[in-house]
Design a protein around this ligand. Structure first.
Ligand code: E4P
Length: 216
């Protein structure tokens, strides 16, 4: 399973990239706004950190013509820019055009298996079901991922499924067990994934015991 990092914070991206655990970055307008920085310079900095890995940037326009125009500009900001398009009829229209132009897309705000099916048919490179937001309203988000993966495999669609809106390590584990293509993960959850109290205790014990080894 690929790991994308779900943030627009250059420090977090650098830390995860240096550990060798990320395969791409996803952002959205909320994550961008948290950085309180000029958009162009922020994206330039992110592109400079992760060469050759996909970076999802979201369009703001609601009409397909606006989305397409924005996407063309955004895709010039760096190599491997992926355009995040909302799951609407206009978003589907834009996806069809962008795909025909060779621009990679990520259909975002997907909350049902039939929305994912439409995104795949329109040719979206990635499809992002938001599981945490479904959990928030008492629906099991991970069931949606299972359904979408079944549909993708039934018909051999090429779209990759990005498990999105991840809130904790169990989400990542379940996504991997289902066989999702990608999980986009906040930095805090990446840290949680690597933590284990027995690892810390083990290191401490080894260091203590090493002190008892006679040395010249
Ligand atoms: C995905 O691409 C989105 O940026 C993200 O996962 C949304 O997560 P949230 O529901 O925690 O805002």
């Amino acid at each position: 399973m690929k790991f994308f990092i779900d943030t627009a914070n250059p420090e977090e991206i650098r830390k995860a990239y240096d550990m060798g655990v990320i395969d791409g970055v996803t952002t959205n307008p909320t994550l961008i706004s948290k950085e309180k920085r000029d958009f162009d310079s922020l994206i330039k900095e992110i592109c400079g950190i992760i060469h050759n890995l996909p970076i999802s940037l979201e369009v703001i326009g609601l009409k397909s013509e606006e989305m397409i125009q924005e996407a063309r500009l955004l895709s010039q900001m760096g190599e491997n820019i992926v355009i995040k398009v909302p799951m609407t009829p206009e978003g589907l229209k834009a996806t069809k055009v962008l795909t025909s132009e060779g621009i990679k897309t990520n259909m975002t705000l997907v909350f049902s298996p039939t929305q994912a099916l439409l995104a795949a048919k329109a040719g979206s490179t990635y499809i992002s079901p938001f599981i945490g937001r479904l959990d928030d309203i008492s629906q099991t988000g991970m069931e949606l991922v299972g359904q979408i993966m079944t549909i993708m495999n039934n018909y051999g669609f090429e779209s990759e499924v990005i498990v999105s809106s991840i809130r904790h390590p169990i989400h990542v584990l379940e996504a991997a067990l289902i066989g999702a293509d990608v999980a986009t993960i906040p930095y805090k959850v990446i840290e949680q994934l690597m933590k284990h109290p027995l690892t810390d205790i083990g290191i401490e014990r080894f260091l203590e015991d090493w002190k008892k080894v006679p040395k010249k």
